[in-house]
Design a protein around this ligand. Structure first.
Ligand code: GRF
Length: 185
């Protein structure tokens, strides 16, 4: 299966997916990394794996529809079949959703429907929950609202945001790979 990974930041999930592919655990190919942040570290990671990067700043487009249409053009060129969001900090609109129906997935660092949106780990700590986690889900037009594919629980390390975050990221890397394996075999 040919996939594109969309990311806006560090890209540690992208890296985990690519490493799983190289270990032979995941039978997909990352054809393209798409980012809305040309300076993001994910670009460096993609270059290290010699994977092409499409870095388009939404500011350069008159509308979100134009922006997504430009992305779709590139995805078609690479015959991409599935879109894997990994820290992509934008809502996906009707344009991309229609072009890839039921073929866009996302990972979110909480047990949805708890703590959707930005800084889910901060939200969970602020709320004082003892257990949070990770969710892989299909993407719809909402913010972290689509049908759930897989979840894993992670214990909050009391008062220690950094340790909690490390534990969540570690679980993300395992869960995303597993979920993609099942979905895309
Ligand atoms: C992850 O916590 C993911 O769940 C969230 O954004 C973060 C991306 O991290 N959607 P990275 O860029 O993959 O390191």
């Amino acid at each position: 299966t040919k996939i594109a990974v969309f990311a806006s930041g560090s890209g540690s999930n992208f890296q985990a997916i690519q490493e799983a592919i190289e270990r032979g655990e995941l039978n997909v190919k990352v054809e393209l990394v798409v980012t809305d942040k040309p300076g993001a570290f994910v670009v460096t990671r993609a270059e290290n794996f010699s994977i092409p990067v499409l870095a388009l700043s939404p500011k350069e487009f008159a509308t979100k529809a134009d922006y997504e249409t430009a992305i779709i053009e590139a995805l078609r060129k690479y015959d991409v079949e599935w879109i894997v969001l990994a820290g992509y900090m934008r809502l996906i609109s009707e344009v991309l959703l229609t072009a890839f129906p039921q073929r866009i997935v996302n990972i979110h660092p909480s047990l949805l429907p708890a703590f959707p949106g930005k800084d889910a780990i901060g939200q969970a700590m602020e709320h004082g929950v003892k257990i949070t986690g990770v969710t892989v889900h299909f993407v719809d037009e909402g913010m972290d609202t689509g049908p759930i594919i897989a979840q894993a629980a992670v214990s909050v390390v009391d008062g220690d945001r950094e340790a909690t975050e490390t534990a969540i990221h570690k679980e993300e890397h395992v869960l995303y790979t597993k979920a993609l394996q099942q979905l895309l075999k």
